[in-house]
Design a protein around this ligand. Structure first.
Ligand code: SF4
Length: 238
């Protein structure tokens, strides 16, 4: 199964810029951005980020306010604060053996950086990979990781898999099945997430009076370290 998958990947794999580096910092940035943002939106933002902060030391030395500003538009802004904290920790003490000790780095992200930067023999399992593993009941090594990502993202889709063009179809017990979506994504419009994003956009432009902002959203942003409230004035952290 794995050899058929790898042969498919040679022809159909996506050419993504973070697949051409083994720099753990660059890979970490890509993985954190990809946690909740689509690949197409991440590519130009990742490139701009690496131009601006090419090393973990450069990011650690950057003011947090600049980092939060640079994250605008990627969503789930807490990731910017965690990434900045993780960079500070690595710049001060080196890369920990278990990367999940870093802020904002879960098991999947830790395994992805370990596999792609250091060639450790671990298969990072995200939603797409898990789906392919469950459907095929297949066993794959870390060399198949990128191919599994792409197969899950472009062929073995969540609801209606494209079994007709799948390189694993021959031995796949789920071939031809249809699946119900596990959960509907909550709409962004009108959500508390949107209110937080709107408040943060205002503060990113410059210090803003609390009375002009959504106070509940500001409270949540402050708890996540994304803004600072000084009396009546809300600003980005220094
Ligand atoms: S045959 Fe269909 S269900 Fe099985 S891995 Fe391929 S796309 Fe997914």
């Amino acid at each position: 199964m794995e050899s058929a998958l790898l042969a498919w990947y040679v022809e159909h794999g996506r050419d993504l810029p973070w697949r051409r580096t083994r720099d753990p910092y660059a890979i970490l940035v890509s993985e954190v951005m990809l946690q909740q943002t689509q690949v197409g939106r991440v590519v130009p933002r990742w490139q701009a980020w690496l131009e601006r902060w090419p090393t973990v030391e450069a990011l650690a030395a950057a003011p947090l306010a600049e980092v939060i500003r640079a994250w605008q538009g990627l969503g789930y802004n807490r990731r910017a604060v965690s990434l900045h904290r993780a960079a500070a920790r690595v710049a001060a003490g080196g890369w920990p053996d278990d990367l999940s000790e870093l802020p904002g780095v879960g098991r999947y992200t830790a395994d992805a950086v370990s596999a792609f930067a250091w060639g450790r023999n671990v298969l990072p399992v995200d939603t797409n990979v898990r789906r392919v593993l469950e459907r095929t009941a297949g066993r794959f090594g870390s060399a198949a990781a990128q191919a599994l990502f792409d197969l899950g993202a472009t062929v073995c889709l969540a609801r209606v898999p494209r079994c007709g063009i799948c390189p694993l179809a021959q031995g796949c017990p789920s071939r031809g099945s249809r699946f119900e979506p596990l959960r509907k994504q909550t709409p962004f419009a009108g959500s508390f997430r949107e209110r937080r994003a709107r408040a943060l956009r205002s503060v990113a432009v410059g210090p803003t009076r609390l009375g002009e902002l959504d106070e509940e959203a500001v409270g949540a942003l402050a708890r996540d370290g994304l803004v600072r409230v000084d009396g009546e004035v809300v600003s980005l952290p220094a």
